[in-house]
Design a protein around this ligand. Structure first.
Ligand SMILES: Cc1ncc(COP(=O)(O)O)c(C=O)c1O
Length: 324
């Protein structure tokens, strides 16, 4: 992870290291930006981006929820995502679109809105470990923010300090990740994942109310239903995690990861259970392009010539405002 690659910035592909922004960016100082995380998978037909249109829609919806206008269309951003994969000659990768402000002002409308799409190789979110062994999680003392304090349906840069706090603390305590409660004390989500439990053959996940509506969550719910499991959105308490047969996390970066232990209690058998294993196996076949029934979830990068804007539009033209 981390090797800088060619990126798409405001309409053009730039060389590694060329994408630089000024220190005077209201996104850097105030966390006012929106981003996405998308995965591109290797398939028999070349690289394919998983649920690209849904991710791009969530990105522009996030910016809209922030009361802002995006200077590029969804079509242009989707084209940009494909073009960075092609420009870097990658077969699989993680793609990071971001909408950010340049110029410093204590008013987002007085800044300039920019869109960039970066990518990098990011294989295993939880690093190298035996793949069925699962992770060790802790229920964090850091709660998710109230839905009226932040926008839970939007992926906003600044809000991620909350996840970073919880993840950093969990790692320091020797755990792999944290499960975060909502302001009512019910299970909310992981630091960058949604949470699922399986109990007596049924699958449930926290209600959408205060969580990010994960695209992997949605995919897993559909896969689980298609596999014949009863799937529900519920209020889930911390002790329901402890006594579940299986707990697993879902997210673009984490994909489908089983939780072997929570708060030093073994969950189920302490390794991946049959429900998560069946869903994960289907998910992997889908992302490898081997499941025709889910073909509309994949967008093949090399199937068309570059679809993004040809060149040169720089930013949105909003400038001005004094320093805060
Ligand atoms: C807080 C949070 N919850 C859930 C998710 C999972 O969402 P997705 O499956 O769309 O990646 C993410 C990842 O983006 C996240 O940051």
């Amino acid at each position: 992870m981390g090797n800088e690659m060619r990126a798409w910035v405001n309409g053009r592909i730039v060389e590694p290291g060329e994408a630089r922004i000024s220190l005077l960016s209201s996104t850097l100082h105030y966390g006012f930006g929106a981003f996405e995380g998308i995965r591109c998978y290797s398939t028999g037909r070349g690289p394919a981006i998983f649920r690209l249109r849904d991710h791009v829609k969530r990105l522009t919806d996030s910016w809209h929820a922030m009361g802002m206008e995006c200077p590029y269309s969804r079509e242009e951003i989707a084209g940009a995502a494909k073009s960075v994969v092609r420009a870097n000659g990658l077969d699989s990768c993680y793609i990071r679109p971001i909408i950010f402000l340049t110029g410093i002002a204590f008013d987002p409308h007085a800044c300039e809105t920019n869109v960039a799409v970066a990518c990098w190789k990011w294989d295993n979110f939880f690093g190298d470990k035996p793949e069925d062994s699962g992770i060790r999680a802790v229920v964090s003392s850091i709660a998710r923010p109230h839905v009226n304090s932040t926008l839970s349906k939007a992926k906003i840069t600044g809000v991620y300090y909350n996840s970073f706090l919880a993840k950093g603390l969990a790692k320091k305590q020797g755990f792999d990740d944290a499960i975060m409660l909502d302001p009512n004390g019910l299970v909310g989500e992981g630091t960058a994942e949604n949470v699922f439990i399986a109990r007596n053959g049924a699958v449930s996940t926290p209600k959408r109310r205060g969580i990010l509506e994960g695209i992997t969550r949605d995919s897993v719910m559909r896969i689980a239903k298609d596999l014949g499991y009863c799937v529900s959105e519920d209020d889930i308490t911390r002790d329901e995690l402890y006594i579940a047969d299986e707990v697993f996390l879902t997210g673009t970066a984490a994909e489908i990861e089983c939780v072997a232990e929570i708060d030093c209690r073994r969950i189920g058998t302490g390794k991946i259970g049959p429900v998560a294993a069946a869903i994960r196996s289907k998910f992997r076949r889908i992302t490898a392009g081997k499941e025709p029934g889910y073909a509309d979830w994949l967008e093949y990068v090399n199937d068309e010539a570059e679809a993004g804007p040809a060149s040169g539009r720089e930013g949105s033209g909003h400038t001005g405002g004094g320093p805060a």
